[in-house]
Design a protein around this ligand. Structure first.
Ligand code: PRX
Length: 653
């Protein structure tokens, strides 16, 4: 019986290995499935660590996602359903989407945007965001979407890194029934972004906003004079499609560049394998378009396949925790893709919200952004999937451009193991290695690496090839270092164990400890700071700050509030810490490096381990004692009520 059960694994692994051993012809075959203007001459030109895929081929992403469907039955089917918290809806057929994309492409052209220019988008989850991305791609420009929860400072830093001339934004976002003043935040950022000459403003509400003469234009006004058709720019396969910023181990975010051909081929193939997607799928990914999941799973992959996408603007539990299930029922969603953080939140709300809705249209459930705990997996399988839908736990990164390790029911459904992302997709040569790059024995923890290039892989960090080499390709010779810990079990299944570097995952959002620390130090009263993650029952991980105050400052709640305010202003609400502790010493090595590992052990209440490199062991004792006191104090406090209305920002990944 067991043998039979695992037969699909052997069959899948055989297929997997075959794809790796002959990867160029394998990927060449996959590439034939998307529309090209000119076929490539060479599948791969590999000069480690830079890959060029489908060299000599030309195409256009907006043509491949939209125009191509106009010659088929999909012409008048719905491409995009949009809904907000209040239940307002909009829908666009492929023909209508084509018209909007073309008209906005014409607007961008009239504003002087050309092939290779970067256009920055800072927008809520509204259809104009998808339209703007596709319009940018149509004219061969490069989009950079900045998550609308980021602060003005984060927005300005990213705009300045790109040197963009055009920013597309909206007057307000709507979240939990409240308005988020995006234009005001953007205006604040624009005070320090000299390259931006034009701002296109989408009117999401009827509220008044300030407009700057000569710089700010209204989207709907510009659209009035637009043309209905703009010839799609013929771009090389290697031409960048977008840059997306993500956090790393230093304070400076990395502009991850993705090229057109490789990215589209990879996403077309993987969505077919992982989600068994087709032009009849109603696909709902709950991520924000501001993250890579939104780029691939809301925009490019489903549209390439001619599927129908759902775009929801709002939080999962507003106006009530039944909202998402209502959406699934209303639109007949067949594929649902969300984060473990969101599922954990719904577990707290209880099943009654789900039972009110008919979720029988669902066929496949997905999970992304962080590991899904086995008990959460089981709940998701039972209560959302009705014990009939496989869960695809998809491991990937902004840098990988698409899903790398996941069950692939579109090829062969291997037996699922709750908590494991199962096996690498065909053509993906993933391995778990030890410190010197040797493969680990099954069951032993090591670092997750990828040993062969794949079409979705990034082209590097914008304007910083050295950093790209250093971060991803210097740790292990000839291998892409993911920064994640993993274990491979004796059936070859991968179990992801979180980040091995100084990166946190808060509700699936990626935040660098260095990024948070530099914001804390920016307050006038903090001398030094160290940030670590603490496990959180809903968000997976949460932020804990240790700070040393400058001479003359006393620890007070007011200072804590100021730190929180600074973090929200410099990074955004996602960086709000759970705990702030004022200390007089931080554990450091003799060379002065903060040993976050020690702090992490203290907050997680596990053994501190080897401290022989510590400069001053007393620092550990002091922090331990202080932390113990804090925990006792918490115990003394009355327990918080059941999770209620005020959930913090979750599930945007
Ligand atoms: O640590 C891994 C975690 O998310 C990181 C990548 O974050 P980001 O670039 O923001 O992209 C997230 C969405 C694709 C990884 O290094 N991660 C992502 N998916 C999983 C995961 N950890 C465990 N299981 C997953 N399925």
């Amino acid at each position: 019986m067991e043998k039979e059960k695992f037969y699909p694994v052997r069959r899948y692994i055989e297929l997997q290995k075959k794809a790796i051993s002959d990867s160029e012809s394998f990927w060449g075959k996959e590439a034939e499935e998307i529309p090209w203007f000119k076929r490539w001459d060479k599948v791969l030109v590999w000069k480690e660590p830079f890959a060029q895929w489908f060299v000599g081929g030309t195409l256009n992403a907006s043509y491949a996602c939209v125009d191509v469907h106009l010659h088929s039955w999909r012409k008048n089917k719905i491409a995009l359903y949009w809904e907000d918290e209040r239940g307002n809806t909009k829908s666009f057929s492929y023909t209508q989407l084509h018209r909007e994309v073309n008209r906005f492409a014409s607007v961008l052209k009239n504003l002087g945007v050309k092939k290779g220019d970067i256009v920055v988008l800072y927008s809520p989850m509204i259809p104009e965001l998808v339209i703007s991305m596709l319009a940018t791609a149509r004219i061969g420009a490069i989009h950079t979407v900045i998550f609308s929860g980021f602060s003005s400072q984060s927005l300005a830093d990213r705009i300045n890194d790109t040197g963009a001339k055009v920013l597309i934004t909206a007057d307000f976002g709507v979240r939990r029934g409240k308005l988020v003043a995006l234009k005001e935040i953007a205006d604040d950022a624009l005070n320090s972004t000299p390259t931006v000459k034009k701002v296109v403003l989408v009117r999401r509400t009827r509220e008044e906003v300030k407009m700057k003469e000569g710089r700010d234009c209204l989207y709907h006004e510009l659209m009035k004079d637009a043309e209905n058709y703009v010839e799609p720019e013929v771009v090389e396969s290697t031409h960048p499609l977008y840059i997306l910023y993500t956090s790393g181990t230093t304070g400076k975010p990395k502009g991850i560049v993705h090229s057109t051909g490789g990215y589209l081929v990879y996403n077309y193939a993987t969505y077919k394998w992982v989600f068994d997607i087709s032009d009849e799928s109603i696909y709902w990914c709950t991520a924000d378009v501001g993250w890579v999941t939104g780029h691939s799973s809301i925009v490019y992959a489903p549209l390439l396949h001619g599927a129908t996408i759902i775009m929801y603007e709002g939080v999962p539990d507003y106006p009530d925790p039944g909202k998402w299930w209502e959406i699934i029922e209303r639109y007949g969603v067949t594929i649902f893709y969300t984060s473990p953080t969101a599922v954990r939140m719904f577990i707290r709300y209880g099943e009654e919200w789900i039972k009110k809705h008919d979720l029988s249209s669902l066929k496949i459930l997905g999970s992304v952004g962080e590991s899904i705990n086995p008990e959460v997996w089981k709940w998701y399988y039972k209560h959302i999937g009705g014990e009939r839908c496989p869960i695809v736990d998809t491991w990937w990164q902004t840098e990988t451009g698409g899903i790398m390790i996941s069950p692939a029911p579109g090829i062969e459904l291997v037996p699922l193991k709750p908590g494991s992302a199962t096996l690498p997709l065909p053509g993906i040569d993933a391995e778990v290695v030890g410190d010197s790059g040797e493969p680990m024995t099954p069951g032993v923890k090591g670092y997750l690496v990828i040993r062969k290039p794949w079409p979705g892989m990034t082209n590097g960090i914008y304007k910083d090839p050295d950093r790209y080499k250093e971060v991803y390709w210097s740790r292990f010779k000839g291998m892409y270092y993911t920064g994640d810990y993993a274990i491979k079990d004796d059936e070859g299944y991968f179990w992801l164990l979180g980040r091995a570097d100084e990166v946190l995952k808060v509700a699936g959002h990626r935040l660098g400890t260095a990024e948070i620390e530099s914001a804390v130090i920016a307050t006038p009263f903090v001398a030094e700071a160290a940030v670590v993650g603490i496990p959180d029952p809903i968000k997976g991980e949460n932020i804990v700050v240790f700070a040393i105050l400058k001479e003359g400052h006393k620890p007070t709640d007011k200072l804590k509030k100021e730190i929180i305010g600074t973090l929200r202003k410099q990074i955004g609400p996602i960086a709000t810490p759970k705990e702030i502790h004022f200390v007089t010493k931080l554990p450091k090595t003799r060379s002065g490096k903060i040993m976050r590992r020690v702090l992490k052990a203290i907050v997680q209440d596990v053994a501190v381990g080897d401290v022989t490199t510590l400069e001053d062991e007393a620092s550990v004792e002091e922090i331990k004692a202080g932390y113990e006191e804090f925990k006792q104090m918490l115990k003394g406090k009355p327990k918080r009520k059941k999770v209620g209305k005020k959930q913090s920002r979750s599930n945007n990944n």
